[in-house]
Design a protein around this ligand. Structure first.
Ligand code: NDP
Length: 259
């Protein structure tokens, strides 16, 4: 765990970094934090107003001017991913970081009762869409001297638990895709690919999964940013194909397992 990592103020200076789900929760914190460390952000998400609010926050804080690309993983097609790649290619010619953070929880329900249409939506938003986006962005990542791809996992993507349904399976698929891509790129490319499990974090998604929980017992998105910075920046350059955690496991507190 790298929660105590002390990043240099200019850690991400000059880097172009795309964050999905950048309008809320952990993605919003990551976008603001990366910009505060010098990166130019591409803010991707489905709710334009939220992306605009993050854009303004970055500008007010004096960060490099970000770009906004509204995109809904549920309906997006390969055409939109290639449009995104085309825009980034013209504007920047490369991509130094890609944080796949957007995610859909779906229902907390036993598999026997799980709605199959919802199952497919969760798989599409959490796996298929990000995977297609990654394929479209690969040439830009390979044009970077040192690119970091971070896929957001979960503790149920490493050990599934009852009623986590499509979400758990989608996070296992995320781990599998990370291993596949990391192995294909190892040794031949400057692109590294890892997963990061944020651990229990105070966001709207966590609240939906654990409505009874007192949110003040959880770390905020800002508090877990040291690990995000470490994995996005040059200090983790040699690492690829690995599964990381942003927080120590909460095993000492039964009943408060991370999602
Ligand atoms: P939030 O629900 O707070 O934020 C999710 C973000 O993803 C939102 O910005 C949301 O957009 C965006 N999003 C959802 N669906 C789509 C879509 N179809 N197209 C584009 N964007 C979409 O969740 P968190 O911040 O908690 O989660 C971030 C990541 O961390 C997720 O991958 C989640 O699985 C993972 N995670 C979170 C944990 C936690 O405890 N919070 C624990 C383990 C993993 P909008 O704001 O417009 O809805």
């Amino acid at each position: 765990c790298h929660i105590d990592y002390q990043p240099a103020a200019d850690l991400l200076e000059g880097r172009v970094i795309l964050v999905t789900g950048a309008g809320d929760g952990i993605g919003r914190a990551a976008a603001r934090c990366f910009a505060a460390h010098g990166a130019t952000l591409i803010l991707v998400g489905r709710t334009l107003a939220k992306l605009e609010a993050v854009y303004d926050e970055i500008e007010v804080a004096g960060g490099p001017q970000p770009a906004i690309f509204p995109l809904n993983f549920e309906g997006a097609t390969s055409k939109e991913y290639h449009e995104l790649a085309g825009t980034l290619s013209r504007e920047f010619g490369r991509l130094d970081g890609l944080l796949h953070n957007a995610g859909l929880l779906g229902d907390m329900a036993p598999f026997a009762d799980y709605d199959l249409e919802l199952w497919e939506r969760v798989m599409h938003v959490n796996v298929t869409g990000p995977l297609w986006m990654t394929q479209a962005l690969l040439p830009l990542l390979q044009a970077s001297r040192d690119a970091s791809v971070i896929l957001t996992s979960s503790s149920v993507g490493r050990k599934a638990r009852a009623k986590w349904g499509a979400y758990a399976v989608s996070k296992f698929a995320t781990e599998g895709f990370m291993q596949l891509l990391a192995d294909e790129l190892a040794g031949t490319s400057s692109v590294r690919v890892n997963t990061l499990n944020p651990g229990a974090t105070r966001t709207a998604m966590r609240r939906r999964a654990y409505p009874e929980e007192d949110p003040t017992t959880l770390r905020t998105p800002d508090a877990i940013m040291p690990t995000y910075l470490w994995l996005m920046g040059p200090d983790s350059r040699e690492r690829t194909g690995e599964a990381f955690d942003a927080q120590p496991p909460r095993t000492s507190r039964p009943g408060h397992v991370a999602g």
